[in-house]
Design a protein around this ligand. Structure first.
Ligand code: HEM
Length: 239
């Protein structure tokens, strides 16, 4: 049986704006799809692949930042339960941005050299998405520690008595999940960069690729990693 669209094409549309349908008007596809250079201005056709990967990453990070701000407001109001309902979205945004990186490895290293000429001094250091993440994620940590102090317990207490402090414990686990997903992104990014341009060279803003390698395990919440060691030592103490 031939596939046919269940809705009549061109059915009554109710929204105003640019586009032939409410779908195009609401999603703003005309604007969105004109945000990439066309073949007439490409130096190389892989500029489209490169742009789509970066633009979609910026969108996922935009969502992660917006959710983080809302979570901060909810935590400031002491409402951990409603903050927890949103918090898993952040690592999921980061996972999507990480998955996105795979596409860059479908580009040949030589073709990337042609794409690179179009970038000027454009560098991930100036990514609004990553700079926004770098600014907002530590604020989540500030709220977490404020709530922990209000309970009057240490991080070790929280983990040992996690069932008693269920919501705060789940918040701590959500924060380390964000941290780990960001670390995974950096590891993936480093390998994509090495595979694309090599190790002993510098980027468009002059940073040696080796430096990205050295920074990949940088953590927003080192204390949440360190407490694991404390837990092990604490558990072994009584043996
Ligand atoms: C072929 C693809 C890519 C290459 C060759 C590449 C290369 C580089 C290089 C060499 C640097 C060091 C800074 C510099 O001198 O420019 C860098 C940093 C960075 N890039 Fe990329 N990049 C690629 C894709 C991406 C993508 C898709 C994103 C996501 C938006 C991204 C985000 C970043 C960020 C945030 C930094 C700052 C360092 C950090 O936070 O770890 N890059 N990149």
């Amino acid at each position: 049986m031939a596939y046919s669209h269940p809705m009549t094409y061109g059915a009554d549309q109710v929204l105003t704006g640019s586009g032939n349908s409410d779908y195009e008007r609401y999603i703003r596809t005309n604007e969105l799809l004109s945000l990439q250079k066309g073949p007439d201005t490409w130096g190389h056709r892989d500029e489209l692949l490169f742009t789509v990967v970066h633009q979609s990453s910026e969108l996922w990070l935009k969502l992660a930042i917006a959710e983080s701000h809302e979570i901060i407001v909810r935590l400031q109001a002491g409402d951990i339960s409603s903050a927890l309902r949103l918090v898993d979205r952040i690592p999921m945004c980061v996972i999507n941005a990480t998955q996105n990186l795979d596409m860059l490895e479908k580009m040949s290293p030589w073709d990337y050299q042609q794409v690179r000429r179009a970038l000027g001094h454009g560098s991930g250091f100036d990514s609004p998405g990553f700079n926004g993440i770098r600014a907002v994620i530590p604020q989540l940590g500030v709220e977490f520690h404020r709530l922990l102090n209000a309970e009057g317990i240490s991080l070790l207490d929280l983990f040992v008595h996690h069932e008693k402090h269920d919501q705060l414990y789940r918040l701590a686990e959500a924060l380390i999940e964000i941290d780990e997903r960001m670390i995974n992104w950096r590891h993936r990014h480093f390998k994509v960069v090495e595979r694309s341009i090599g190790l002993h060279v510098s980027g468009t803003q002059g940073t040696p690729v080796e430096v990205i390698g050295q920074l990949r395990d940088k953590s927003f919440f080192p204390e949440l990693w360190d407490v694991r060691t404390e837990i092990t030592n604490y558990a072994l103490k009584d043996e």
